[in-house]
Design a protein around this ligand. Structure first.
Ligand code: G4P
Length: 277
């Protein structure tokens, strides 16, 4: 597979804007995809946030393998990170997140109370594209203020969403400045955090099949009615094409259509709940 390299200029600009806005906020919630949370972390951003309380939100927990997710969450706790796992589409989880935000800023809120004045808590919402920032903001404010469903990498500018006691600063998605770790880059691509248009989906699908053969062989077998995984990834890929009828005129395999179907199955949870870390 070709090296994944992607850092559009507008993202460098987005990071600068975030840095400028940081003095205005009391804390940060960093939204990560629960299926590859560490791959979603941009070290430069974390360094930038080091003087603010940060809550790591492992979102899309409904799509993540619960055993692996527990293990990853414990590693965050061990690293003294504040962490919460949520499904942004669950009301219960959103109210839990709301509580966690105030817990994160408890000292600040109490200090303000002691001084006798009311001030809303200001939070920056950060994270790479498609991790669920807009969905979370909409759920927290209980309306459709932020636009959902942006293409990975399509930037918006910083914007405030205000509630009574909470003000959220929505920031555009930012990517790691370089993909030194191509394994992490691949995981981000699987879950849809990298714009599909810049990748060869057939190559990505081949990588995904190889990884699923090791991590979740039974799911792969069950979903595509495969009997034998003791083959090379390309042979398994072709078996899936065959089983699904992804063929073109002349009987050749339609690798592209098959890639789209397999990647969609993964992203939508049809291959079950997964974790790549
Ligand atoms: P972003 O602002 O960080 O770019 O992400 P956004 O909220 O646009 O969410 C990206 C996609 O992920 C959306 O799906 C959204 O519905 C979905 N999503 C967000 N949080 C969760 C979650 O906790 N669980 C699951 N299963 N999905 C989640 P979409 O198909 O792009 O849009 P839509 O058709 O749902 O509107």
């Amino acid at each position: 597979m070709d090296t994944i390299q992607w850092f559009p200029g507008h993202m460098a600009k987005a990071m600068r804007k975030m840095e400028e806005a940081l003095p205005m906020v009391d804390g940060v919630i960093l939204i990560l995809d629960a299926r590859c949370p560490n791959a979603c972390i941009n070290d430069k951003l974390v360094k930038m946030f080091s003087f603010k309380p940060v809550l790591y939100v492992l979102n899309k927990a409904d799509l993540a393998d619960p055993v692996g997710l527990k293990r990853v969450t414990e590693s965050f706790v061990k690293d003294k990170k504040q962490v919460v796992c949520i499904d942004a589409k669950s009301k219960k989880d959103i109210s839990g997140l709301y509580g966690k935000i105030f817990e994160l800023l408890k000292e600040k809120v109490e200090r303000n109370k002691a001084k006798g004045y009311f001030k809303p808590v200001r939070i920056m919402v950060a994270g790479i594209p498609n991790t669920g920032k807009s969905t979370i903001i909409n759920a927290l404010v209980g309306g459709k203020k932020a636009q959902v469903g942006d293409k990975a990498g399509v930037t918006r500018s910083n914007q405030w969403v205000k509630l009574n006691e909470l003000e959220l600063l929505d920031t555009p998605g930012t990517m790691p400045p370089s993909f030194e770790d191509q394994v992490k880059a691949k995981h981000l691509a699987y879950v849809g955090c990298i714009n599909d248009a810049i990748m060869d989906l057939s190559d990505l699908c081949l990588e995904l099949i190889a990884e699923l053969t090791l991590l979740y062989p039974d799911r792969l077998k069950e979903r595509y009615r495969l009997t034998d995984l003791d083959k090379t990834p390309i042979e398994i890929y072709e078996d899936i094409c065959q089983k699904r009828g992804f063929l073109i005129k002349g009987g050749d395999f339609d690798y592209e259509r098959c890639a789209t179907a397999v990647i969609d199955d993964l992203r939508s949870g049809k291959l079950g709940r997964v974790i790549f870390e």
